[in-house]
Design a protein around this ligand. Structure first.
Ligand SMILES: [Zn+2]
Length: 154
């Protein structure tokens, strides 16, 4: 599955949230996503980068994955649900991930849990939401949308 954006889309600096035009794109990456039927599915995209006058050239935050993750947020949620029911080896078999990847997914979930517990009270974010994928998203070809906003190709 490939995700792209329209030329008009503007993106927020990942540090100060200033909305800017696209400066360039990082090299294409892939994220493991929820299976489509019985097929392993990876989401591919070239992450936009913005050139913030204060923070320089930075990659924008992606709506489907946390920074540095090789998995979409939806896949990580599924992994957490599976890990609640079985051990790492069992989860890796069900998720079709390696033992190391599954362990890493569990560690990330534990870290997220620890961070959210230490954040009290929860602060309401004032940052502006930038829709990507959103109304400005365009896809190569007209195909049905996936829950992540992407479309399947090929
Ligand atoms: Zn900035």
């Amino acid at each position: 599955m490939w995700v792209d954006h329209s030329r008009q889309n503007r993106f927020a600096c990942s540090t100060c949230e200033l909305e800017l035009a696209v400066y360039d794109h990082a090299t294409e990456r892939e994220w493991r996503h929820l299976d489509s039927g019985q097929f392993l599915t990876n989401l591919h995209a070239k992450s936009p980068r913005v050139n913030c006058p204060e923070h320089g050239v930075l990659q924008v935050r992606l709506p489907w994955a946390e920074p540095m993750s090789r998995f979409t947020t939806l896949f990580e949620r599924l992994a957490v649900d599976v890990l609640k029911e079985c051990d790492v080896l069992g989860a890796s078999r069900l998720l079709r991930t390696s033992w190391g990847e599954t362990w890493h997914l569990m560690q990330r979930a534990v870290a997220r849990g620890s961070r959210s517990k230490s954040r009290a009270p929860r602060r309401i974010s004032s940052r502006r939401e930038v829709s990507w994928p959103g109304p400005g998203l365009h896809h190569r070809g007209e195909r049905p949308r996936c829950p992540c906003g992407g479309v399947h190709r090929g």
